[in-house]
Design a protein around this ligand. Structure first.
Ligand SMILES: *Cc1c(COP(=O)(O)O)cnc(C)c1O
Length: 359
């Protein structure tokens, strides 16, 4: 077996143990005599899988009783619409903090639904930082405040939250399960699975139960959170394989010691790479130090040609998917939970070796 070191932003690397386990159960899952992919979503065998995944997510994230877990489709991108369609009340505004292209996309969809307001943005610094929102005090008639907790493309991350009475909605697609948080600080946390949860095709929505059931009557059934809450994500056929894989990922995290241990590892990994970048006289991080992401780490040289040469150099050492997002350029290393520290060490060595070589 020849597996590369995969720095892809998503779909992204999964733990080998988890893939091997899925392989071993592929044709006969949980002794059902059939694969999870062949099971009716209404069967007892699948119900057990769904319950197990929900139970483990609750346990690993310490999700309080008054929150519901939904497994939906349409990606994080459909949540950009479902959030305002369900939560933006008449004569109210939806507030957005703009920290990159995903939050811009979220705002664009909300504008189609109702009144919005941008309460902070870091657009003027090309999103190199999380903007200061400490001055934002009470604002009347806000339905919610939307943030992008971890900015996958720009490489920034929220470490504090706005002070507000309105529920905070967090697009945490690339941050979920990477560190400990207090779920009750949020009204909704949503995430496309393909970054840090499992395979693509399933979106996890963790929603405070009092926020469900306020959608207008003319909202299509499939877009209403109530539909999915009432039917326990089984209104229609859910992404069964994805839900199963998230369960395996959570079992793996739980067996390692939960989010406390995962966060410790992620901090170690990130500081190792930031250190290598900061010590280099060739490479630099475009991101403000206090706001640096633990998951997605962009870095650059002063020349596009050198960037390209480095990406090729790294690929020759089986370090792949390091090309930065086309809007940012340079390199980006995404280092989700599945990536062991040894893989990050190999990237750090490649950085030092390359610098030595081009000197
Ligand atoms: C990847 C990503 C999205 C888009 O997710 P899809 O599941 O492809 O719709 C949205 N927000 C953030 C922060 C992301 O990283």
């Amino acid at each position: 077996m020849d597996r590369v070191v995969n720095f892809s932003a998503g779909p992204s690397a999964m733990p080998l143990e988890v893939l091997m386990r899925a392989q071993s159960e592929l044709v006969d899952t949980n002794h059902a005599g059939m694969s999870v992919m062949e099971m009716s979503h209404r069967s007892k065998a699948f119900e057990d899988i769904l319950e197990n995944t929900k139970h483990l997510l609750k346990k690993v994230m310490s999700i309080p009783e008054n929150y519901k877990i939904l497994f939906l489709q349409g990606g994080a991108s459909l949540q950009f619409s479902m959030i305002p369609l369900n939560l933006l009340q008449k004569d109210h505004e939806a507030a957005y903090i703009i920290t990159g292209s995903w939050s811009q996309k979220a705002l664009k969809e909300a504008k189609k639904v109702g009144q919005t307001t941008v309460i902070a943005t870091s657009e003027e610094t090309q999103f190199r930082n999380i903007p200061d929102f400490s001055q934002i005090t009470h604002k009347e008639n806000l339905s919610y405040v939307h943030i992008t907790g971890n900015n996958t493309i720009e490489g920034t991350r929220f470490t504090t939250l706005p002070k507000t009475d309105a529920p905070i909605i967090n697009d945490w697609s690339s941050g979920i399960l990477s560190e400990e948080i207090n779920v009750s600080d949020y009204g909704v946390i949503y995430a496309g699975a393909q970054k840090n949860l499992g395979p693509s095709g399933v979106t996890v929505v963790i929603i405070r139960d009092d926020l469900i059931g306020h959608a207008p009557d003319n909202l299509p059934t499939m877009l209403d959170y109530k539909t999915h809450e009432k039917s326990d994500s089984l209104y229609n056929t859910p992404p069964t394989f994805g839900i199963y894989m998230i369960g395996l990922m959570l079992e793996w995290i739980d067996s390692l010691g939960g989010l406390k241990e995962i966060e410790k590892r992620n901090r170690e990994k990130a500081s190792l790479l930031y250190e290598a970048i900061d010590q280099s006289s060739l490479f630099y991080s475009p991101v403000n130090k206090e706001d640096r992401s633990l998951m997605n780490i962009p870095f650059k040289t002063d020349s596009e040609e050198t960037d390209k040469a480095f990406i090729e150099f790294a690929a020759s050492k089986q370090l792949v998917e390091l090309k930065g997002h086309r809007s940012v350029g340079g390199m980006r290393a995404s280092m989700y939970n599945a990536m062991p520290i040894e893989h990050v060490e190999r990237l750090c060595s490649a950085i030092r070796e390359f610098e030595e070589k081009v000197k």
